[in-house]
Design a protein around this ligand. Structure first.
Ligand code: UDP
Length: 239
């Protein structure tokens, strides 16, 4: 462990879309592998890592229900999509020789471990990467809320939200040249200004548990490590 970081245990949240590469749908294994290497470089700093991966590259409950599906059924399908993504990430990490566990909020013992908090903590202590799948296990929630919940339960020091942009802006930087990135912003400002960092229930839960959310870009190689060693750009959401 040559590089220094202030963090001992972190949550990495990525959307399902981060895994689809340039495709419009599904999984792109080379992209999954690239992100796995990002995770590896942070693990090599001695950091214990939790992960939550969304499912939007495969299925979103709201989209299904907008097309006439029963909402809760559609949400369960979305949760199952996150399990597929978690397995793809597990496979990529294990290809790099990293020990992992996929821990599902919906029991499916043949595929993933059930979620037992103390057991998950033990995995982390043994430096296994815990990939929390199936969201919170409840419809009407998102994987952002799942990431916040598990990060709180695992006593992570922060949630790192890997996105396409290097932080939170006052307006969409893809559309406005004069968009300004915040170095820091409060939970209340994010909620009041409807900045799309995470959904409101996730932000509120993070605020209640004083869990900082670090928004950074996962597109550049070395991006995740750069945030942990303090050299990269990001926006920190906190009190
Ligand atoms: N989902 C759910 N409960 C949860 C987490 C997720 O019902 O606790 C469902 C929901 O339908 C959601 C889908 O799973 O649309 C995929 O998750 P999400 O949209 O958060 O994925 P992302 O946008 O991060 O790829």
């Amino acid at each position: 462990e040559t590089e220094k970081t202030a963090y001992n245990r972190v949550m990495l949240k990525i959307s399902g879309e981060a895994l689809m590469g340039d495709q419009g749908f599904g999984l792109h294994p080379p992209t999954v592998e690239r992100i796995a290497r990002e995770v590896q470089s942070v693990q090599e700093m001695g950091v214990e890592i939790c992960m939550v991966i969304g499912g939007g590259n495969i299925f979103r409950g709201l989209q299904g229900s907008a097309q006439g599906m029963e909402r809760t059924t559609a949400d369960y399908m979305g949760m199952l999509a996150t399990v597929m993504n978690a397995l793809a990430m597990q496979s990529a990490l294990e290809g790099l020789g990293i020990h992992t566990r996929v821990i599902s909020a919906i029991t499916m013992n043949e595929v993933a471990e059930p979620y037992i908090r103390r057991r998950a903590v033990r995995h982390l202590e043994k430096k296994r990467i815990c990939i929390f799948a199936a969201g919170t296990g409840n419809p009407y929630f998102t994987t952002d809320t799942a990431a916040t919940l598990r990060a709180s339960e695992m006593a992570c020091e922060a949630i790192f939200k890997g996105t396409k942009v290097d932080g939170v802006y006052d307006k969409d930087p893809a559309k406005h040249d004069d968009a300004k990135r915040y170095d820091k912003i409060t939970y209340d400002e994010v909620l009041a200004q409807h900045l799309g960092v995470m959904d409101a229930s996730a932000i509120a839960l993070a605020r209640e548990n004083s869990l900082p959310i670090v928004v950074f870009s996962l597109d550049a190689d070395g991006g995740f490590k750069g945030i942990l060693d303090g050299t990269g750009t990001s926006t920190v959401v906190s009190d």
